[in-house]
Design a protein around this ligand. Structure first.
Ligand code: AP5
Ligand code: MG
Length: 233
């Protein structure tokens, strides 16, 4: 069932690796077909699959669970947002995976906050939602994850398995494992996330746009997220 937003929505989904940012984005897109979504991780995986220069450079960092340097990621996301959202004047959009640290958040706002029509604060977002999921259950989830690289759709052998094993539900194309989804690398990604998230949350908290939704089982988080959006947009 499609719903309409009554005010522009510029949403950042924040959360640890495996907290479900990609999953919640897919659910929101079904609910609000007019939403546009952009995931920095998905862009990198598509560039890696296409063996572009950027993909080759990024894969050196991604495969061992390190963050790609700020200047590369920020340039990439600003470029995508400008071409795909701001110039075509898309009103409702979600970012997943960017910004990841306070430097990225400030660069994004300096580059683009003033270009958004009718935006009267200094931030490109008007809502930031943290998906707060206990980290002990995250590793299990990620180890069971399969992805469709061209679209970014994610599956889980337990939670949302594909209709045909190993194939994407929509295109029938093969699913892959991410090279950074081993237990060891996920632990490193979680550790880095924990170090970087606090200042980022404070930044958005001070702007009055941060909300946190907590939950560990499959269908707890989405209704809470939806409720926040429905009440405010
Ligand atoms: P990125 O792709 O952004 O990875 P991430 O942040 O580590 O997050 P994930 O995609 O792993 O998890 P998710 O929250 O989307 O969870 P999902 O919905 O898949 O980044 C990858 C890499 O790219 C980074 O490590 C870095 O190197 C680089 N990069 C990207 N952005 C960058 C930036 N800004 N700066 C620097 N470097 C950057 O769910 C996980 C699993 O759980 C799935 O199997 C899913 O089916 C399952 N699941 C989801 N929800 C539930 C639920 N409610 N119940 C049960 N299972 C569930
Ligand atoms: Mg993801």
């Amino acid at each position: 069932m499609a719903h309409r937003l009554t005010k522009p929505l510029r949403l950042l989904l924040l959360g640890a690796p495996g907290s479900g940012k990609g999953t919640q984005t897919s659910k929101l897109l079904k609910f609000y077909p007019e939403l546009y979504s952009l995931s920095s991780g998905d862009i990198f995986r598509q560039q890696i699959a296409a063996k572009t220069k950027l993909g080759l450079e990024a894969s050196k960092y991604i495969e061992n669970g390190s963050l790609v340097p700020d200047n590369i990621v920020t340039g990439l996301v600003v470029d995508h947002l400008t071409k795909e959202v701001i110039l075509p004047d898309i009103k409702h959009w979600i970012l997943d995976g960017f910004p990841r640290n306070i430097e990225q958040a400030k660069s994004l706002d300096t580059s683009l906050a003033h270009t958004i029509a009718g935006n009267n604060n200094k931030c490109v977002f008007n809502l930031v939602v943290e998906l707060d999921v206990p980290q002990q259950i995250i590793i299990d989830r990620i180890v069971n994850r399969w992805v469709h690289i061209p679209s970014g759709r994610v599956y889980n052998l337990q939670y949302n398995p594909p209709k045909v094993p190993g194939k994407d539900d929509i295109t029938g194309e093969p699913l892959s494992k991410r090279p950074d989804d081993t237990e060891e690398i996920v632990s490193k990604r979680l550790k880095d996330f924990n170090l970087l998230v606090k200042p980022l949350k404070e930044y958005y908290q001070n702007l009055g746009i941060l909300k946190v939704v907590s939950g560990e089982t499959s269908d707890i988080i989405f209704p809470k997220l939806l409720d926040i959006i429905k009440k405010n947009f």
